[in-house]
Design a binder for this molecule. Structure first.
Ligand SMILES: NC(=O)c1ccc[n+]([C@@H]2O[C@H](COP(=O)([O-])OP(=O)(O)OC[C@H]3O[C@@H](n4cnc5c(N)ncnc54)[C@H](O)[C@@H]3O)[C@@H](O)[C@H]2O)c1
Ligand SMILES: N[C@H](CO)Cc1c[nH]c[nH+]1
Ligand SMILES: [Zn+2]
Length: 423
């Protein structure tokens, strides 16, 4: 891989993938068809895109039990431990309703209510993602959401991946359906005979899923449009090239359009990492995907100093950032934009993908400039509480009425004045 030098004309920013006009049209047509024809349209697209006609898309308790029984005991323990770590982390995010009583007797506050129902998209297609089941469902559970509907595209034999089913059971999903792509998003947003509509849809997926979420937003809420994975690694001469290359490939194997970038102050590390990437790629099972990702979107960049490197990384606002530098904690304050920051050698990105506890659904495509990881707040909504006292009302009524008249809203002013009389 070519090694570049960081200069003012080199930007690490990703261009947002808005899909092609043709893909948008495909998605709009699928959504319209599902809204109109419900389950029958779901069956048609599942047959077309996943290669199986399913008369019944609901996962039965029997299928869940079979998946559990077939799961390796040790693996089951690992899944449970990961689920505990993720739940514990998200418990710390949970906020409570609050009310504050002023001395004047007025009570102001904020009431938090979990969403009634959430739809969680779990990608199928290229890989099975039990970890994404945990990352979407467990924060919803912590928030108190009662109805959690999971959708996932079926395998060609009409099953769902065993690992996904077991994760769904551990996490406490309430309904599971074998449907993927834009047709799953439309079914969750508008409902079919089998799937009752939900209030919010979360979860990552490919371009068809992302475009569908964008289309239905407004009729339901969505979490974010999570694009292909990204990793930026900031490293100096204390880092090890084999570890840097391994971490870059860990995200490259997700998707041909995943993006792995090394920014380093050490030319030696840059050269060794380029070599390591080639050696390690040859031994990877998902070599084709990872190679295309590295060739089309991978970058190794040499910066003249740490400050310059951090400026470029802030501009990129990567989904994941690893700090493999001497005294990495000292750089954290200077990082303004990154979905998740992995500090030091033992915080390899997959630690966060699976086990540490923080969420792996993170802002991509530079949206870490203004978005946050999926979290418990995404599954609760707030209502303001206002209980105004007589004293406050009498003291402020004329100010409120004046404000209303300034806006030309006479009825507002009169609503206030109607109460400002002895009755
Ligand atoms: N950000 C995260 O947290 C995270 C986690 C896991 C996976 N991911 C990403 O999710 C994505 C998963 O993509 P995937 O494709 O493997 O699975 P997917 O489930 O997103 O997509 C499969 C579905 O796409 C639809 N589809 C495929 N080709 C189509 C076409 N030509 N026209 C219309 N619809 C079509 C089909 O309905 C199929 O069921 C990857 O990009 C991966 O990196 C992200
Ligand atoms: N790295 C992905 C998010 O960008 C999440 C994931 C799931 N499984 C493994 N990794
Ligand atoms: Zn990953």
């Amino acid at each position: 891989m070519e090694i570049m030098t960081l200069n003012s004309s080199l930007s690490l920013k990703r261009s947002v993938d808005a899909g092609t006009a043709e893909q948008r049209k495909v998605v709009q047509d699928i959504i319209a068809d599902i809204s109109e024809n419900g389950d029958e349209a779901v069956r048609k697209y599942t047959e077309k895109f996943d290669g199986i006609r399913l008369e019944n898309i609901a996962v039965s308790q029997e299928e869940l039990d079979e998946a559990f029984a077939a799961m390796d005991e040790d693996m089951l323990e690992i899944l449970k431990e990961a689920a505990d770590n993720i739940s514990n982390f998200h418990e710390k995010q949970k906020r409570n309703s609050w009310m504050h009583a002023e001395e004047s007797g007025t009570i102001l506050g904020q009431k938090l209510t979990p969403l009634d129902s959430v739809g969680v998209y779990v990608p199928g297609g290229k890989a099975a993602y039990p970890s994404s089941v945990f990352m979407n469902v467990l924060p919803a559970k912590v928030a108190g959401v009662k109805r959690i509907v999971m959708v996932c595209p079926p395998n060609v034999d009409g099953t769902l991946p065993q690992s996904v089913l077991v994760a769904a059971s551990i996490a406490g999903v309430t309904e599971i359906y074998k449907v993927g792509g834009a047709q799953a998003i439309a079914a969750l947003a508008y409902g079919t005979e089998t799937i009752a509509k939900v209030d919010k849809i979360t979860g990552p997926g490919n371009i068809y899923v992302a475009l569908a979420k964008r289309e239905v937003y407004g009729d339901v809420d969505i979490d974010m449009i999570a694009g292909p994975s990204e990793i930026a690694i900031l490293a100096d001469d204390t880092a090890f090239a084999d570890e840097v290359a391994a971490d870059m490939l860990s995200q490259a194997e997700h998707d041909e359009r995943a993006c792995s970038v090394l920014v380093t102050t050490s030319r030696k590390l840059a050269e060794e990492t380029a070599q390591e990437l080639e050696t390690q790629l040859q031994k990877l099972p998902r070599q084709d995907i990872a190679r295309r990702s590295i060739e089309d979107f991978g970058k190794i960049v040499v910066a003249s100093n740490l400050e310059e490197a951090i400026t470029a990384i802030n501009e990129m606002a990567p989904e994941h950032l690893e700090l493999l530098i001497d005294e990495p904690m000292s750089a954290v304050g200077k990082i303004r934009h990154a979905g998740a920051i992995f500090i030091g050698r033992y915080s390899s990105e997959p630690v966060g993908d699976y086990f540490a506890g923080p969420n792996h659904v993170l802002p991509t495509n530079g949206t870490a400039r203004f978005s946050s990881p999926l979290n418990v707040d995404d599954f609760q909504k707030k209502s303001s509480i206002i209980m105004y006292s007589k004293d406050d009302f009498e003291r402020n009524a004329h100010k409120i009425a004046a404000f209303a008249r300034m806006e030309g809203l006479e009825a507002h002013a009169r609503a206030i004045e109607a109460r400002n009389k002895d009755k």
